[in-house]
Ligand binder design. Structure first.
Ligand code: G6P
Length: 468
């Protein structure tokens, strides 16, 4: 690891890999982490040989074999060991059930949020885990190093690091949307102020879209009565990695299976974490409206939903997962025939299968209620082989770059989504080709390295006493 001022540290809750001990074979296996954050950070971190600090709650991550497996990797994964009990309070209760819900406007307000004594205990733990990360950064960072802190789980870490180590050049990046001052006011004043202070106190704060940066500045203005230094850097798809997965044997075999199941029917696809903000239910309701309105499409179209599990420790996510599965089976019972299953749900984490579906779609539905960016909206057009059409929520950060070449939908409007699906399926071939070309171009305009370099530039624009 370079100990000079060029040294780079990436700090995130989720790390690039985790390890699982396979008792049967007696072999420790490295598993690639699922989700957009790691795909976004990985290529830049790899190119710069960054040290990557991330939470570890498993003893397997700490095994000497894990260190040996990682020794050949240019990314120096530095596991920050967090006691599983503390982790639950910090990750499930504060990060996911509170901050994520607040930023995405997901409150079920007659019931939640509920800031009771259990919640306040969890808040103390959240602060403690952020302190722990700051202490690890302090230990891991050579003088004048650059530190890139990621996301709402570590919202207090940037300011804590800046206080400990004025020599470091820090920026933070928020991958989620940001909410309005009104929505933020659901948080107790002390919590809102501490979160905002934690972010702005550690240098510039980046977002995928201007809209979220503006909302953040409005919150800082309203709560802390000060300006905030923000920047916008839109993440990009790792086309090379995606092309390699698309060409892999695993993806080929999934592709064959999917094509055999779909036959010569048209294919609508969604690829998402099984997550409340992704709006899976309204997507299915829209599909059902489409089948109701268009008898000609019955038996002629299949909807493949690749929805991999996420945050299964939270009751809201478990209930949502159940609701998604029962809605799909109700629709299948109502409309299906012996030869046709209208919705194929794949609720497992199988990346080659997801990429196979992205290669094959005629229509890609990306309809989140609110999304920082949504990388799937870019991954699809980058690997699709069928001039597929994108139906895209206007509430996704990606709609800024892709909106002109996609069919935009208000994610709450089920009927409009049904019409958008129909429009996408009906689009004439020459128009599909032109639109797909435009989409492909728009989705490939930037690389993950461009995004990573924007963060490094933002952090280094701060200077630090030793950098001057
Ligand atoms: C998505 C979001 C990120 C978030 C991540 C966490 O990628 O865009 O903002 O940090 O999910 O997912 P996890 O599965 O680690 O809770």
């Amino acid at each position: 690891m370079d100990e000079s001022a060029d040294a780079l540290l990436v700090v995130s809750n989720r790390g690039p890999v985790h390890f699982e001990w396979d008792a049967a074979s007696g072999v420790l296996q490295a598993k690639r982490a699922a989700g957009g954050l790691v795909n976004t950070l990985g290529p830049g971190a790899h190119r710069h040989g960054a040290r990557w600090l991330a939470a570890s709650t498993s003893e397997d991550d700490m095994r000497p074999e894990a260190a040996r497996l990682l020794a050949n990797d240019r990314i120096g994964f530095w596991p920050v060991s967090v006691n599983p009990e503390l982790y639950r309070a910090y990750y499930d209760i504060v990060s996911n059930q509170t901050l994520w819900f607040c930023l995405h406007g997901l409150w079920d307000s007659p019931r939640r949020p509920r800031f009771d004594r259990h919640w306040w205990q969890a808040w103390d733990t959240y602060k403690q885990v952020n302190e722990l990360f700051a202490a690890e950064v302090d230990r891991a960072a050579p003088p004048a190093a650059t530190v890139l802190v990621q996301d709402y789980q570590l919202a207090l870490t940037p300011a804590l690091v800046a206080r400990r180590r004025p020599d470091l050049r820090i920026c933070s990046f928020v991958h989620t949307p940001w909410c309005s001052p009104d929505e933020l006011s659901a948080l107790p004043d002390e919590v809102a102020a501490t979160v905002l202070d934690g972010l702005v106190g550690g240098g510039p704060v980046g977002f995928h879209s201007q809209r979220w940066a503006d909302a953040f500045r409005a919150c800082v203005e309203a709560v802390l009565a000060r300006p905030a230094d923000t920047f916008v850097a839109t993440a990009a798809v790792d086309s090379e990695d995606l092309a390699a997965v698309a060409a892999s044997d695993a993806c080929e075999s999934e592709h064959r299976k999917l094509r055999a199941a779909v036959g010569d029917r048209r294919l609508i696809v969604r690829v998402d974490r099984l997550e409340l903000s992704k709006n899976v239910l309204r997507g299915f309701w829209a599909y059902e409206e489409l089948l109701e309105a268009r008898p000609d499409l019955r038996e002629r179209v299949v909807f493949a939903a690749l929805v991999y599990p996420s945050r299964v420790g939270l009751a809201e996510y478990q209930a949502y997962g159940q609701e998604v599965l029962s809605l799909a089976s109700r629709i299948n019972d109502r409309w299906g025939t012996p030869d046709w299953t209208p919705i194929l749900v794949h609720p497992e984490d199988n990346y080659p299968r997801s990429v196979a579906a992205l290669r094959s779609y005629d229509v890609l539905l990306v309809n989140p209620l609110r999304d920082g960016l949504n990388l799937v909206a870019k991954e699809g057009p980058s690997v699709n082989e069928r001039d597929g059409v994108l139906v895209l929520s206007t509430q996704a950060g990606a709609s800024v770059e892709l909106g002109d070449s996609a069919i935009g939908v208000n994610p709450f409007d089920v009927s409009a989504t049904a019409k958008a699906l129909a429009e996408a399926l009906d689009m004439p071939a020459d128009q599909r080709r032109l639109t797909a070309e435009r989409l492909h171009k728009a989705a490939s305009r930037r690389t993950p390295q461009d995004w990573f370099d924007d963060l490094v530039d933002a952090a280094r624009s701060q200077g630090g006493p030793l950098a001057q």
